[in-house]
Design a protein around this ligand. Structure first.
Ligand code: SAM
Length: 187
């Protein structure tokens, strides 16, 4: 189901991104989403990808190199909560999409997870960064420590953002422990 949700997320993102666009991967992990974004925007576009772990940077760099897609990507080791300060001045309002795939690094240290407080700051920043018609994709897991709280604050944030954007839950009625996919499109 998770795989399917990542595929659905990619399809939705692709509907809002064109070659030459600027996009952000807020949680690069093993680099699957970063590579997908790099191929979508091409060499005339740019991807900024964040992760707090060096292992994620190394994995992602290797994946991009293998596919010849490193040129259009900047890998940033840091907290996505600080993304506004880590990105070039002037891109606010021009970003086509931001992808979040929350939780822990598969194959890595499961104790390092995204957390409600920093996720919320990153979501606020993302809303400043995306352009009108730009999309934020959120794949949210509830199984890790703090996952239920993180999901709760995300749904509250989506409700509040509703005045500036349209949001949707793509797998309503899912099992209690299942990942959930949300998207938000800026008005
Ligand atoms: N998108 C990835 C892919 O395609 O393989 C999967 C991401 S993985 C589920 C979640 C990642 O979020 C982990 O690599 C973890 O280190 C990272 N992470 C946790 N807290 C973070 C934070 N505050 N800022 C940025 N990344 C964070």
């Amino acid at each position: 189901m998770t795989r399917r949700l990542t595929e659905i997320a990619h399809e939705l993102v692709a509907g809002h991104v064109h070659a030459g666009d600027i996009v952000i991967d807020a949680t690069m992990g093993n680099g699957h989403d970063t590579l997908f974004l790099a191929q979508l925007v091409g060499e005339t576009g740019h991807v900024y990808a964040f992760d707090v772990q060096q292992q994620a940077i190394d994995q992602t760099r290797g994946r991009l190199d293998t596919h010849g897609a490193a040129k259009q990507v900047t890998l940033i080791r840091g907290n996505h909560a600080d993304m506004l300060g880590r990105l070039p001045v002037g891109i606010a309002g021009s970003v086509a999409a931001v992808i979040f795939n929350l939780g822990y690094l598969p194959g890595g240290d499961k104790s390092v997870t995204t957390m409600a407080e920093s996720t919320l700051l990153a979501l606020d920043a993302s809303l400043e960064l995306i352009r009108s018609g730009g999309l934020i994709s959120l794949l949210v897991y509830v199984g890790h420590a703090g996952g239920i709280e993180e999901h709760q604050v995300i749904t509250e944030w989506l409700e509040k953002a509703g005045s500036r954007a349209r949001w949707k839950h793509h797998n309503p009625g899912c099992a209690a422990h299942a990942p959930r996919l949300y998207t938000l499109v800026r008005s």
